[in-house]
Design a protein around this ligand. Structure first.
Ligand code: MG
Length: 496
């Protein structure tokens, strides 16, 4: 073990959790050596039940299961919103996405993006000498000023938004306006290197190369930066539809193409772990794996599993918001622990800032340092409250510990609709949801409304919601939050 790791461990043993949460001691702790590398792997639309260690049964995910066995597996880990752009905005800034004006998913026609004024994880870590690379899907604005190299990353290869934002039908033909007006209007789906398109993704064979392309670049990045601290972000395009696996995995699972695609992601994790090991970096690298939102259930056999939670992507039910999350950091996170406490995407930034000894962003953030959970402190509960926002800024529910209070809102629903298959979407419904209180300890499936039985809990959670509305706003009640910020905007729309 290197001396910097020993000093880190030794000091951690002496300091209380409270002290650890302060900013300064972390800087001192790491003054003798370089702070740990961080590898953050994100999947797109992978459900809570899609890994073996979370209940998947018809294919194998040995590398992710090994990651969990050597670290912490979270069971109550939340995304900021159950949709791509909003989820990623929260991850990279440590803010509820509604605070920074990014709601839902951005499209090729969007003229907004992640405001360059917001400080991102790579910008925070750069202050401590980190080099950062992103190999995968960005989805926080496709115009140059919003792309990764302008938001703190040193290297970028990937797609600027979702892999279904292209003009092709599943049979490879170009969509006509009569078939799909949106699709027909999409520009070529670019594979971007740095700031420039190097290739158009035009076919399903092209889609099938994405997981391997990202993986190869991730491995090269580790090799290249092994002697300095790095932040490697691998946001896979898969298993977002249209799903595709390379010949290495096509036909390998007992769950059709979806299983093949998840197996390839698992392989990718194994390749990255091998590169870390080969370069002697295992003890000084924190690896995080998570998903951006729950499964897109109306895609049937091309969708994942919410693992028994209610509904999926595009809803504030647990199936949309709760995702698998695993973190491994040998010598710091105990082996094989399960964390049942609430944690969220926004918490990653302040936790990494603490670990690296980097200052927090100057503007207000929502993330909480969860280093105590990583270190296996069973009594710690750094995040008691989680706010379920959807759309631009609609507060649909609030959770405190085991209780979740749902507010009246319109919700997409998958219930009662036959899903599509083989890449074709099935119909979904839209329902009015009324006030309900769920005890997520007894009823994780959100089936039994107990608001009449626990009026004092309803009152307590309502008060938390009112405070949130004043701070962050609530589109359902037409309340503008006092502390929300604008997204980045294009001054002049770029010509199409
Ligand atoms: Mg997604």
């Amino acid at each position: 073990m290197k001396s910097d790791q020993l000093s880190w461990l030794g000091l951690c043993g002496l300091l209380s959790v409270t002290t650890l949460q302060a900013k300064e001691p972390a800087t001192k702790m790491l003054s003798e050596g370089h702070p740990p590398n961080v590898v953050l792997i994100l999947t797109d639309d992978l459900g809570y039940g899609d890994l073996n260690c979370y209940g998947a049964t018809r294919y194998l995910t040995p590398n992710l299961d090994k990651l969990a066995a050597g670290g912490v597996r979270f069971t109550n880990f939340y995304v900021s919103q159950a949709v791509c752009s909003a989820s990623r905005a929260a991850l990279l800034t440590g803010c509820y996405s509604t605070r920074i004006g990014i709601g839902g998913a951005l499209f090729p026609s969007s003229t907004i993006g992640l405001n360059p004024q917001e400080e991102t994880i790579p910008e925070i870590l750069k202050k401590k000498g980190y080099k950062s690379g992103i190999f995968g899907k960005w989805h926080l604005g496709y115009q140059r000023k919003f792309l990764p190299l302008q938001q703190g990353f040193d290297e970028y290869l990937g797609l600027p938004y979702s892999n279904d934002m292209w003009k092709y039908n599943l049979d490879g033909s170009v969509a006509t306006p009569e078939q799909n007006k949106n699709k027909a209007s999409y520009p070529p789906l670019p594979l971007i290197e740095g700031n420039d398109m190097i290739k158009e993704i035009k076919t399903m064979d092209d889609q099938a190369t994405l997981t391997t392309r990202y993986t190869q670049r991730a491995v090269l990045f580790i090799d290249k930066h092994k002697n300095e601290p790095f932040f490697l972000y691998v946001p896979h395009s898969m298993p977002h539809v249209p799903i595709a696996a390379s010949s290495k995995f096509k036909g390998k699972s007992d769950q059709g193409l979806y299983g093949d695609v998840v197996m390839e992601i698992d392989w990718s994790v194994g390749q990255i772990m091998d590169a870390i090991e080969k370069n002697g970096l295992a003890k000084n690298t924190l690896v995080i794996f998570a998903s951006d939102n729950g499964p897109w259930i109306n895609y049937g056999n091309h969708a994942g599993s919410a693992g028994g939670f209610r509904e999926g992507k595009g809803t504030s039910w647990e199936g949309g918001q709760r995702v698998p999350c695993i973190m491994k950091w040998p010598g710091h996170i105990p082996d094989g622990i399960v964390c049942n406490k609430i944690a969220a995407m926004m918490d990653i930034l302040p936790t990494l800032a603490h670990i690296a000894g980097a200052p927090l962003p100057k503007l207000k953030i929502d993330g909480i340092n969860i280093i105590s959970l990583l270190k296996g402190d069973l009594n710690a509960n750094p995040r008691e409250v989680f706010l379920y926002y959807y759309n631009s800024n609609c507060l649909e529910a609030v959770r405190k510990n085991q209780w979740k209070l749902v507010f009246p809102h319109r919700s997409q629903t998958y219930e009662g609709y036959l899903p599509g298959n083989d890449g074709i979407a099935g119909k979904t419904g839209n329902i009015q949801v009324e006030t309900a209180l769920f005890d997520l300890r007894r009823d994780p499936g959100e089936r039994y409304d107990v608001k009449e039985l626990y009026p004092e809990v309803v009152a307590e959670l309502s008060k938390i919601a009112d405070e949130a509305r004043a701070d962050l706003g609530d589109g359902i009640r037409n309340i503008k939050g006092a502390n929300v910020r604008e997204p980045g905007r294009m001054e002049v729309p770029e010509p199409k």
